[in-house]
Design a protein around this ligand. Structure first.
Ligand code: ACO
Length: 443
């Protein structure tokens, strides 16, 4: 196989199995043959391309990591052009239909689906670790009543590192397992504590007779009802939402977890960094923004006006577009179905009609079609959360709960990867050249 680039000096050659690209440096006329592995060249191979001995060597410039693989990963496969998402090889559609969130968490963390015994042991372990240390509960109680629960969650997770100093020993395999279990187990508890604090309600301790998702709903919503048991359709819908959010390869928050973890910080500090990244409206905060957008649109008749504002760049169609998916996000399709199940219990959310009409119009409009903008996971998830009585401030907290097994799996994979070192990007310096300091009176 030979492919030739039209512009300039890059070509790939398949000569007896080893693929290479030949680069001609037009500054020097020198030719370099760089190996291609898994469709990538090593950025460090470019360093040899220099004009003279003083030259640092060629670097790549890739703001926002548009075309740079930062790791080799076996956790999640994503083909954004075809709308494919698989965890450890299993299609997301099959997992959403047949699996439970804790089974998926096991799959992500351990690499394979558990046997029945392994699953029982795993569920028992997670359930055993749902309680949070008293100091963390007290810390949450000290936040102002209007504190955003995502800020509380980030602080609480970082705080767990103070409760478990053994977590610093990241080389201990048993320890890594224990911290992984603790993180997945305690995330709903901390999230629900933040919610109860926001509502001025006493916390509900974990109810270990309930499933992971039912227990979360109990910690959120039970008021003086020890027998609280959510409708099984709601419990299942929440479990599916957690499954859909469980991992998404090297997104902003996962990269943050890996980046902080690469300094050998404990996993609580690393996951707390991931929560910070997820907090932003362009990442996990988008479903909250979708609801606000639907509120502002108000009714179906005002959609054309809103779409016009998007095209004039005065608005963003929140819940549309994705860095990687240039096709329908498969998670959005599953969530759309989950909407029906939830609304059968709760009654239809009136914003659904606006969302569906927005989607219909956008998918036919040249502006969105030409830019390959499709609904992402956040377009419909907020509607479900709202129907469940979950306030918008909590949406990202639910995302964080779902994403925790993915963060944990990626953190563990990074630690086991002999090629990984402390994460440290390069820069292109564009600031002032050397200049002399002037005393303040002389400026
Ligand atoms: N509404 C209107 N126009 C959009 C939107 C949108 N939601 N998303 C992208 N575009 C336009 C851009 O203006 C750009 O147009 P141009 O080429 O004419 O300048 C083009 O589509 C390409 O978009 P980029 O911004 O280059 O895409 P990028 O990959 O950088 O951004 C992102 C992806 C951040 C998700 C973006 O689509 C966006 O802001 N969407 C809305 C927020 C959102 O829903 N985020 C959730 C993402 S999913 C998740 O985190 C779970």
């Amino acid at each position: 196989m030979t492919t030739r680039e039209t512009k300039g000096a890059a070509e790939t050659v398949d000569g007896g199995g080893v693929q290479t690209v030949t680069v001609v440096d037009n500054r020097t006329g020198r030719t370099y043959e760089l190996p291609i592995t898994d469709g990538t060249i090593r950025a460090m191979d470019l360093r040899q391309i220099r004009v003279d001995d003083d030259d640092f060597g060629l670097m790549t410039y890739d703001p926002a990591f548009m075309n740079t693989a930062s790791c080799r990963s076996g956790v999640t496969y994503l083909d954004g052009d075809r709308g494919v998402l698989r965890y450890r090889g299993y299609p997301i559609e099959q997992l959403a239909e047949h699996s439970s969130f804790l089974e998926v968490a096991y799959l992500l963390v351990h690499g394979d689906l558990p046997t029945r015994i392994e699953l029982e042991t795993w569920v028992e372990e997670i359930t055993h670790h749902t309680y949070a240390h008293e100091s963390i509960r007290r810390m949450i109680a000290e936040f102002p009543p209007d504190a955003h629960p995502m800020g509380i969650l980030q602080a609480a997770v970082a705080g767990l590192g103070t409760v478990y100093p053994d977590a610093k020993d990241i080389d201990d395999e048993e320890g890594r397992h224990l911290q992984s279990v603790r993180l997945i187990a305690k995330m709903p508890t901390l999230g629900a504590y933040g919610y109860r604090h926001m509502r001025g309600l006493p916390v509900v301790e974990p109810r270990n007779r309930l499933s992971y998702s039912a227990n979360f709903l109990a910690m959120m919503f039970a008021v003086g009802d020890p027998g609280f048991q959510p409708d099984p359709r709601i419990e299942r819908a929440l479990d599916v939402l957690f499954i859909l959010h469980a991992d998404h390869e090297q997104n902003c928050s996962t990269s943050a977890v890996r980046s902080v973890g690469s300094s050998q910080a404990d996993p609580y500090a690393s996951v707390s960094a991931g929560i910070g990244a997820l907090y932003g409206p362009l990442h996990g905060g988008a479903n909250e923004a979708v609801l606000r957008m639907l509120d502002r649109i108000g009714n179906v008749d005002r959609i054309p006006e809103f779409i016009a504002a998007v095209k004039e760049r005065r608005e963003l169609l929140m819940g549309f577009g994705h860095r990687v998916y240039k096709n329908y996000d498969p998670r959005a399709r599953i969530i759309k179905t989950a909407c029906d199940d939830v609304f059968a219990v709760t009654g239809v959310n009136p914003k659904l009609a606006i969302a569906q009409e927005l989607e219909r119009i956008a998918l036919e409009d040249e502006f969105f079609v030409s830019r390959q903008l499709y609904p992402n996971v956040d377009f419909y998830s907020g509607l479900i959360y709202e129907a469940l009585g979950i306030p918008p401030e909590m949406f990202t907290v639910l995302f964080a709960i779902g994403r925790t097994p993915g963060w944990v799996a990626q953190w563990r994979e990074m630690l086991a990867d002999p090629e990984q070192k402390i994460s440290r990007p390069r820069q292109v310096y564009v600031g002032a050249g050397e200049r002399d300091y002037k005393p303040v009176g002389a400026r």
